[in-house]
Ligand binder design. Structure first.
Ligand code: PEP
Ligand code: MN
Length: 344
């Protein structure tokens, strides 16, 4: 941490700050010029709040130079984390394709979607059975029946599953049917839920909160990691900005930022990120080009009749096209998107 004093600050003020820093356990190195003093405080103290020093007399500015998170940081673990989900890895050379409807609606819908996305080379089937809806009058999901249909449809096609868990009481149930537990954007800072999934030894996909800064998102990942669950992947899904042409603003610059700051896999969800079907494919292509470790795409057999997020769900043919396109983009940057399996 660097502490910069105002020009002409008094020696007693500088001494007070040095004393306070020592009390917190920092080693302090002083550098004084004719008119100004700067202190370097050495010590890794993720719990320390720099405002304790910023409010002291004579202090002009305080800069943190180490991250407030540890296990999520690239400085703690240099190599990329690769998460093995029952034989399918996320975070390695392969760009994972996770696809499926917003919600499980009926057996036929999830079955047909599974068959289509598997035939295009996707490896994960997504669908919510517990839905965090803005309105209490909107479709809330089918609960356990939805999870059963999701699992059965995925198993038939050899796919892995991912589904959202909204509260602690749902963890055991969702974990029975899903290979990856999804923590939704609205729950990114539900700390009791994060701690609880941290006690599992099961992959967790942590979506970015709509107004979360990247450091806050990584601190949320830290909650899961610090409980002992190392299998955390992140998912950028758009943030709230002043722009209204899209539902959210998909922050693709988060991909290289996360890659630099963290070793965790980073995926991108352009469906929630844009909220408009016509914007999903271009942003998915861009996400792969930016280095995303995977895509999460909403696909529906009949989007115009979907019970949730129809306007942002791709038609089957669109998903087929998207997979062919990202295969080429991945190849150009030394990654791979799995080939469509040969037709039986
Ligand atoms: C979802 O993926 O089903 C979802 C609700 O997304 P988000 O939490 O990003 O809104
Ligand atoms: Mn959705």
């Amino acid at each position: 941490m660097i502490v910069v004093f105002r020009p002409g600050s008094e020696e007693s003020q500088i001494q007070d700050v040095i004393e306070r820093l020592n009390r917190y356990g920092f080693d302090v190195h002083r550098s004084s010029g004719v008119n100004q003093t700067v202190l370097g405080a050495i010590g890794v103290k993720p719990e320390f709040d720099p405002r304790n020093i910023r409010v002291m007399e004579g202090v002009a500015e305080v800069y943190r130079v180490t991250e407030p998170y540890k296990f999520a940081s690239r400085s703690w673990k240099k190599e990329n984390t690769v998460i093995d989900v029952g034989g399918v890895s996320i975070g390695g050379e392969e760009v994972a394709a996770i696809a499926g409807p917003c919600s499980v609606e009926d057996e036929r819908q999830i079955h047909d979607t599974a068959a289509h996305v598997a035939a295009c080379g996707a490896t994960f089937l997504r669908a919510g059975a517990f839905k965090p809806r803005t309105s209490p009058y909107s479709f809330q999901g089918l609960g356990e029946q939805g999870l059963q249909w999701l699992r059965a449809a995925a198993d038939e096609q050899g796919l892995k599953t991912i589904s959202e868990v909204m509260e602690i009481g749902q963890i055991d149930l969702v974990a029975r049917y899903a290979d990856i537990l999804q923590i939704g954007a609205r729950n990114m800072q539900n700390f009791p839920l994060l701690k609880e999934v941290g006690k599992l030894r099961k992959p967790v996909l942590l979506k970015r909160g709509p107004s979360a800064m990247i450091d806050e998102w990584l601190m949320s990942a830290e909650y899961v990691l610090s409980e002992g669950n190392a299998q955390v992947m992140l998912c950028e899904r758009g943030i709230r900005t002043f722009e209204t042409y899209t539902r959210n603003t998909l922050d693709l610059s988060a991909v290289p930022v996360i890659k630099k700051r963290s070793h965790l896999p980073i995926l991108v969800d352009p469906s929630h990120g844009t909220g408009i079907r016509g914007k999903v494919i271009p942003m998915a292509r861009a996400a792969v080009a930016a280095g995303a470790d995977g895509l999460m795409i909403e696909v529906h057999p009949d989007p115009d009749r979907a019970k949730s997020d129809g306007p942002q769900s791709l038609y089957f043919e669109q998903f087929t096209d998207l997979m062919a396109q990202i295969r080429l983009i991945a190849q150009a940057i030394g990654r791979v998107v799995r080939d469509a399996p040969a037709a039986a």
